[in-house]
Design a protein around this ligand. Structure first.
Ligand code: GDP
Length: 197
């Protein structure tokens, strides 16, 4: 898929105020600093469509971008940032779960994982939640340029083996690097294959 247009539409913390068009939607989520904004900018070939933040945990909003006038890319807030209070964590959880449970046009979520890290409880819990709610998702491993090819293979294999303790079937996964433009075509192809508009 070629991205011909990418427009910011709206940011909010209320799923009720998300765009009303029922265009297919793909949501990107992961721990703060995982490389989500960089990935969105790589996918859309825009330098700063999503704001890469020096202040993790600050962008606590649902951001809708209209792509090629026929699907929405949704940038969701980073989770698992240690320095937010318990009450703001709860509020955050609520609006994110509202989003996932109410947004019927969501085709798939992408859970971003830093390829260097072992499975973290917060990510596993989140994937567990998506599984329980039957929300389709894939994993996007980020920052692949930080590892050599052999190490990439090993980290992905270890990660998947670890997931098999909890899951009978593995979600689809993509290996990406925004710094080296790796995995862009594969993710866009998946979106165009599953988007029947
Ligand atoms: P976000 O908080 O998840 O939106 O993450 P950002 O996109 O703002 O990136 C967080 C940090 O990781 C920044 O310092 C980026 O430069 C760095 N980063 C993001 N993607 C990559 C990547 O593919 N490779 C490398 N080496 N660094 C990356």
């Amino acid at each position: 898929m070629k991205i011909k247009s990418a427009e910011f539409i709206i940011s909010n913390s209320d799923v009720g105020k998300c765009p009303t068009q029922s265009l297919p939607e793909y949501a990107f989520i992961g721990r703060s600093n995982v490389g989500k904004s960089s990935l969105i900018n790589m996918l859309t070939s825009r330098k700063s469509l999503a704001k890469t933040s020096g202040r993790p945990g600050k962008t606590q909003l649902i951001n809708h971008f209209l792509i090629n006038k026929n699907w929405f890319l949704v940038d969701l807030p980073g989770y698992g940032y240690a320095r937010v209070s318990k009450s703001s964590k709860k509020k955050f959880q609520k609006f994110i779960t509202n989003y996932f449970e109410q947004r019927k046009q969501l085709v798939s979520a992408f859970v971003l994982i830093d390829i260097r890290h072992k499975p973290q409880p917060v990510d596993l819990e989140f994937m567990q939640y998506l599984g329980e709610k039957e929300i389709p998702f894939s994993i996007i491993f980020t920052k692949a340029d930080k590892l050599k090819p052999k190490a990439i293979e090993k980290h992905v294999e270890d990660y998947c083996n670890n997931l098999l303790q909890y899951w009978e079937e593995l979600p689809l996964h993509f290996i990406t690097s925004s710094s080296k433009t790796i995995g862009k075509d594969e993710v866009l192809e998946f979106i165009s294959d599953t988007n029947d508009e």
